[in-house]
Design a protein around this ligand. Structure first.
Ligand code: ACO
Length: 371
């Protein structure tokens, strides 16, 4: 038995939700480029859960259900007030999602019908708790969700307490579409491993949030913004990046385990970053990002991944950087829950083996004789 480090190249599940074939990403067989240009996030969530695009009445039904579920129990909002104000926002999200299960009477109902309902509930509630915690820690009161609006609108509305601009809603919606699912990425795999024990969907999503938090996965978008803030100016890009490359340090937002020729989502976010810069009348972050890309791709051949340009986009939308990874979770929960539903359809415990590389033939030594 020989281990493959990082399970690289190992096919660990069969799935009909999303695919990466020859560098092309599809959701249920539809190219992400088409979805990014034409679909709303709610259509995409429906597609991931049900395997087909919704009719108008199915879409209306989903939006109504999201509105119905978006309000979270008052006990959950109260508990957010008790978290330390400087809590890591992904740690807070991981904790609050776990607590949402305690207030859901059907948390342990394993029927497909209940699990589909819980998928919609989680999708509806994640934006509410992320926005509520963001406001509470600024000393502001949470804003109740609106009914009959999309996830992007509602999140921006609950975050600021104001009607969001159409351009901001459209940009956020596109970002949500682009992040919704991505085959067997680390957080999705974590969710599938958890529920394959026949644990509940909340446990699967909590595992996934924990995995997404890391800077090698979803946490990279925040790390990109930390880097842009550290660099501070267009003139400082070259010395800063050159120093990192010379010291063989990783540049966040570059590289990918699966895509070696570029992440198909990145171009959409690059375009959005350029457009937001033009609209804001300040393209500094976009220009800095392009310069970083030129250097990193030029010298290392590494291409930007989904996290790279999303950092400048979110900043130009006025979102604080420690909400970037929670926003990723607000989108990816659609994919996580679709994978949980798929896992339950044909479940088998996920239990691989390890290659043992430790000592052999050892013996127990009584404590008095240990040196
Ligand atoms: N900057 C500089 N060098 C890099 C980078 C990077 N961002 N990514 C990979 N490399 C180099 C490594 O140093 C290594 O070089 P070496 O062979 O000389 O030691 C080589 O490329 C292979 O890198 P690994 O880390 O082994 O590649 P792996 O497939 O395991 O990792 C990963 C993929 C984690 C995405 C990696 O590229 C990385 O750490 N990128 C930065 C973090 C990031 O942006 N993560 C988000 C990924 S997308 C997502 O999850 C949403």
């Amino acid at each position: 038995m020989t281990a493959t480090k990082g399970l690289e190249g190992i096919v660990a599940a069969a799935s009909s939700i999303s695919s990466i074939i020859d560098g092309v990403l599809t959701y249920r067989g539809i190219n992400i480029d088409e979805l990014a240009e034409q679909a709303t996030f709610e259509e995409v969530a429906y597609l991931l859960w049900h395997g087909k695009l919704p009719t108008q009445s199915e879409l209306d039904g989903l939006i109504a259900q999201l509105g119905e579920f978006a309000e979270v129990p008052s006990e959950v909002i109260e508990s957010l007030r008790l978290y330390p104000k400087d809590s890591n926002s992904m740690a807070a999200l991981r904790t609050v999602v776990s607590s949402l299960a305690l207030y859901d009477g059907e948390a342990n109902d394993m029927s497909r019908e209940a699990n589909v309902r819980k998928a919609v509930k989680l999708q509806a509630q994640l934006p509410t708790v992320v926005a509520a915690f963001a406001r509470i820690r600024q000393g502001l009161e949470p804003v109740a969700p609106k009914k009959g609006v999309g996830v992007a609108y509602n999140f921006l509305y609950m975050l600021s307490g104001k009607e969001p601009a159409q351009v901001a809603v459209e940009a956020m919606d596109k970002a949500l579409v682009l992040h919704a699912d991505h085959e067997l990425n680390a957080s999705t795999f974590a969710a599938r491993v958890t529920v394959a024990t026949l644990s509940d969907i909340y446990s699967g999503v909590v595992s996934a949030i924990g995995a997404l938090k890391g800077p090698l996965h979803g946490g990279a978008n925040e790390a990109v913004m930390v880097m842009l803030d550290d660099i501070g100016s267009l003139d400082n890009v070259e010395p800063y990046i050159q120093n990192k490359l010379n010291n063989k340090q990783k540049i966040m937002g570059f590289g990918h385990r699966v895509y070696k020729d570029g992440d198909p989502r990145a171009k959409h976010l690059q375009q959005m970053s350029r457009q937001l810069g033009e609209l804001n009348g300040d393209s500094t972050l976009y220009e800095m990002s392009v310069k970083i890309e030129d250097l990193v791709t030029g010298q290392k051949g590494l291409k930007p991944n989904v996290d790279f340009y999303s950092a400048s986009c979110y900043t130009m939308l006025g979102i604080p950087r420690d909400l970037f990874t929670p926003i990723f979770a607000i989108s990816r929960v659609s994919g996580w829950t679709a994978h949980v539903l798929e896992q339950f359809e044909d479940n088998r415990l996920i239990r691989p083996r390890a290659e043992y590389v430790g000592p052999v033939g050892q013996h127990y030594v009584p404590i008095a004789k240990r040196g």
